[in-house]
Design a protein around this ligand. Sequence first.
Ligand SMILES: C[S@@+](CC[C@H](N)C(=O)[O-])C[C@H]1O[C@@H](n2cnc3c(N)ncnc32)[C@H](O)[C@@H]1O
Length: 266
Amino acid sequence: MASDAAQFTGSIPENYDEWLVPHLFDGYADDLARRVLALRPRTVLELAAGTGILSRKLRDGLPNDSDLVASDLNAPMLDIARTKFQPGESVRFEQVDAIDLKFADASFDAVACQFGIMFFPDKARSYTEVHRVLKPGGSYLFNVWDSWEQNPFAQIAHQVVETTFPNDPPGFYKVPFGYYDAGEIRKAVAKAGFSKVTVEHLPLTSPIASAANFAKGLVFGNPLQDEILARGGNPEAVCTQVEKAIERNLGTDLSLQALIVHAYKA
Ligand SMILES: C[S@@+](CC[C@H](N)C(=O)[O-])C[C@H]1O[C@@H](n2cnc3c(N)ncnc32)[C@H](O)[C@@H]1O
């Protein structure tokens, strides 16, 4: 069953798309799309597609007669993704849990997943499922965040909520930044049957256009706001503290780092 950290619903999808995507996800989507498109796939499945940042870039680069399925656990995320496409464009949106894929064996040339795997409750099963639905010779390309040390904004956001709720700090920021051991990932992916796995560390710099907007994304663009409310807290007040902490500690640019994984099915 999906954890609370995976509940991107309610007002979260809109806030996520407006305030978080430009700061955190756009640059990595460019990178992942480039890697997927270089394989010249005809059939592509995207998992945890969210509000469609990578889906849009994939569709832009794929030939018109190729198939793209953009899937996510949470339908409200896909509702935002849909708005980024014209009616005639060939993209199918499907509500799909990444640990239980509803596709036939050997259906896709490539599967892509941007910053989703950290939320999957059974990662081993998700890797096995992707291996099953890939055609022989197919590829799974995904990225995951590196540690807090390499993504200081996440540690800063966590420190604010830890100070606000010292007895029971919300744990959201431990989830997306808690799965970065390259050896462990390589082993888990290989165990699912992939014949070769490469892992690359990719640093990126992203301008902080507005500390206030970025803070909104960090508090209201993910399930942290629900964790704050569940503790009787005030998300607006936390957001102000996050904004101040960003201004104090980060300056004008964000230092980001992710692991980029390419798994090959023989
Ligand atoms: C940080 S967002 C990334 C979204 C998008 N890939 C992007 O780059 O903006 C994480 C996404 O994982 C999705 N998710 C969480 N658990 C999932 C699961 N078990 N199966 C599929 N998607 C899941 C969430 O709904 C959310 O859209």
